[in-house]
Write a protein that binds this ligand. Sequence first.
Ligand SMILES: Nc1ncnc2c1ncn2[C@@H]1O[C@H](COP(=O)(O)OP(=O)(O)OP(=O)(O)O)[C@@H](O)[C@H]1O
Length: 572
Amino acid sequence: MRDWLWRERVGAVALALAAGGLLAYALLWASPYGLRVLTVAGVYALASFGFQIIFGLGGALSLAQGAFFGLGAYVTGILGSRYGFDASVTFPLSLLAPLLVALPVGLAVLRLDSHYFALATLGVAQVLHLLVVNLPDLTGGANGVPGVPPFALFGWSAPRGLPTTALVWGMVAVGGLIGWRVARGRLGRSLALVRDDPMAAACLGLDVGRLRLTAFVLSALYAGAAGALAVHTQRVVSPEVLEFPVMVTILTIAVVGGRGRMVGALLGALLLIHLPEWFRGLERSYLIVYGAALLLVILLAPMGLTGLWARLFPPPGRPLPDPVEPPARPARNGERLRAEGVTKDFGGVRALDGVSLRLEAGVIVGLIGPNGSGKTTLINALSGLERVDSGRLWIDGRTMTNARPDRIARAGLARSFQAAILPDDATALEAVAAARLPLDRRVEWAEAHARWALERLGVGALADRLCHGLPAALRRRVELARALARRPSVLLLDEPAAGLTDAEKAELAALLRALAADGMALLVVEHDMEFLLPLADRVLCLDRGRRLYDGAPDGVRRDAGVIAAYLGGVGA
Ligand SMILES: Nc1ncnc2c1ncn2[C@@H]1O[C@H](COP(=O)(O)OP(=O)(O)OP(=O)(O)O)[C@@H](O)[C@H]1O
């Protein structure tokens, strides 16, 4: 514990020293030109904080960050220069304008795949650029708007030099702190989960669309603020602020600094904006040296400067929270899930053909059938990952037919996948805590509940181990702990015993029985009859998407239809 505190403090001390050094440079050594460059670095750091939220944490390559920057700059430029408004009007409006563009654009394009999303956001930048060039009465066209006043608020105005630098870096400090809290808090953690695997995130109850939209809007606010400050610094705004180099600079800052980290944005901005100045003396060869220096940084630190720092000085393992049992859903007997007449076609293939199913509290239902009989499709349909063509679904009496996976998850359903999906660079505790983010208001509570789930599955000792490199059996346990942490009323498991030793299977069976005894309704897809038949209370067998058998486990081996379609094949 003491070691952890000490090492945590080392990071804070390093940051304080760097801030002190920067302050000393600004106050004592920097020339007026040096202060200008420092101010521009601050402006880019602010825009990059926002980019870290949408790109670094959310994993969405938005190429609109430069456009939002330019929009903020134009709003301040036009209102300040033409109408004489001070920052009390121009600054909020420079945030509002990107927000008003980001909302509809985000709603329209955030569901696209990454490269289409990147192209769509690039389109936003192109449209804005065309608009400013072709609306000369408003924007000054290709010449832009000159004579933008300095940042002024309630009669005080920031003259060039130190006051402007201090103002910008004050905003950088506030913006960085907010961004840091976002990254460490529920939003940042949820976004990282969405970035790593949107499907798994949705099945844990996270509203992927809303999270991405929030990140996009936040990124636009940061860019708008940075654009407003940029135009006060340069005192002129022209279409250049909407051109691609601004976007490329922001992207390079994030990549060089380290994706998703606010300190990375800060370091990246300071480095990227100062590098050309340091190499300017080289005259014509400056671009070559600048490019080579960048390449070197990327080669030596592919995870960015902050990634390199973390590799050289690995962050201390945090003390684990004490386990706390999460509140259970109200106990209910009887039916928890009902599906009726579920039909699903994939092109010409009928994967499910009018399947009906009931899952009850305390009852384990085994789902069997030959390969391609529709078992996974049924689990996907029940958990909202596949839309059904016809049929109906209820969970705890509430209709959930074709509801989104996150809604179904919040209604009380949890599931596992054939191959456990866990984020590689998260610890087991973080991976499980992610499942509690939609339920717990604070990350600390989510972690305490996650610790309980890990202990319950007998893998408490793995809490601070990275998911990457965990053996398959342990990954399954952690995934199950993640499902359990949400205290679901219905649990769907897709081949949970695959790859386990006999001893591990016996442990798993005991655990599943204990969960059923707690009142959970379970559906277990398995090919391993030795494991499933003694475990299940009822067995449903599918064949070519149709129900072939639904009854007691001991009747399965005697059923002629099941033997012909399936058991003959698996040699049971
Ligand atoms: N996304 C898809 N697109 C097209 N066809 C699909 C898709 N998903 C499943 N199918 C088809 O639907 C049928 C049912 O597949 P499903 O994966 O549900 O079977 P399964 O019983 O889970 O098989 P297995 O035991 O091999 O996992 C198969 O014919 C499969 O090829």
